[in-house]
Design a protein around this ligand. Structure first.
Ligand SMILES: Nc1nc2c(ncn2[C@@H]2O[C@H](COP(=O)(O)OP(=O)(O)OP(=O)(O)O)[C@@H](O)[C@H]2O)c(=O)[nH]1
Ligand SMILES: [Zn+2]
Length: 199
């Protein structure tokens, strides 16, 4: 069974390039300086790339073996774009589920994260969207998503604390209701019992 995940509508690239050129001018920079001449195009394309997820097919298979334990892909790197400052936040994700009648192609757990991270985001929403999508599309007995990320808007500007990690998590089904199942998820993720204990 396949579930197509559609790409979002294309942004207006020419408008974005013109807007970045205006921004450089507004910041008092010379848009004709040798290294700046092509910067509007580069910045516009970089932002468009970060906001445009790839189209993919979320292939699932019948769980003919009746596998009923946790399936976990841990340490998936991701980068997203903070919607408050348009600066990146990046880190790792641990995504797992307890299969029901179907299992999903493992790569699709990373692809669905990639899909929702290519957007203007807050970490909480990104975490929830991945968990909700898996729960709805897969009909799993349980879903867990943990994201740990550093936000450049906290590191490169503003409060200027680098090296912090923000942890968010979203749980559905048995991984929400069953503390033992959740503890196993956290242990296999390498997070240990820290979240479970509320630390
Ligand atoms: N909850 C949440 N907050 C975020 C995320 N990314 C950035 N922020 C925060 O969004 C907030 C925006 O606050 P504002 O006070 O409007 O913006 P600001 O004046 O630039 O704030 P500072 O970053 O404290 O300088 C900041 O506290 C950011 O740290 C996120 O993914 N989730
Ligand atoms: Zn931010």
């Amino acid at each position: 069974m396949v579930h197509a995940v559609a790409a979002r509508p294309a942004p207006d690239r020419e408008l974005a390039i013109a807007a970045v050129a205006q921004l450089l001018q507004a910041l008092g920079r010379d848009p004709d300086a040798p290294h700046l001449a092509d910067t509007p195009r580069r910045v516009a394309d970089a932002l468009i790339e970060m906001l445009t997820p790839g189209e993919f097919t979320a292939t699932t298979f019948e769980n003919e073996a009746g596998y009923d334990s946790l399936v976990l892909v841990r340490d998936i790197p991701f980068t997203s774009l903070c919607e408050h400052h348009l600066l990146p936040f990046h880190g790792t994700a641990h995504i797992g589920y307890l299969p029901g009648e179907r299992i999903i192609g493992l790569s699709k757990l990373a692809r669905i994260l990639e899909y929702f991270s290519h957007a203007l985001q807050v970490q909480e929403r990104l975490t929830q969207q991945v968990a909700d999508w898996l729960q709805e599309e897969l009909g799993a007995r349980g879903v867990g998503v943990v994201l740990q990320a550093e936000h450049q808007c906290m590191a490169a500007r503003g409060v200027r604390v680098s090296g912090t990690r923000t942890t968010t998590s979203a749980w559905h089904g048995e991984l929400r209701s069953d503390r033992t199942a959740r503890a196993e998820f956290l242990t296999l993720s390498g997070i240990g019992a820290a979240l479970e204990e509320g630390n």
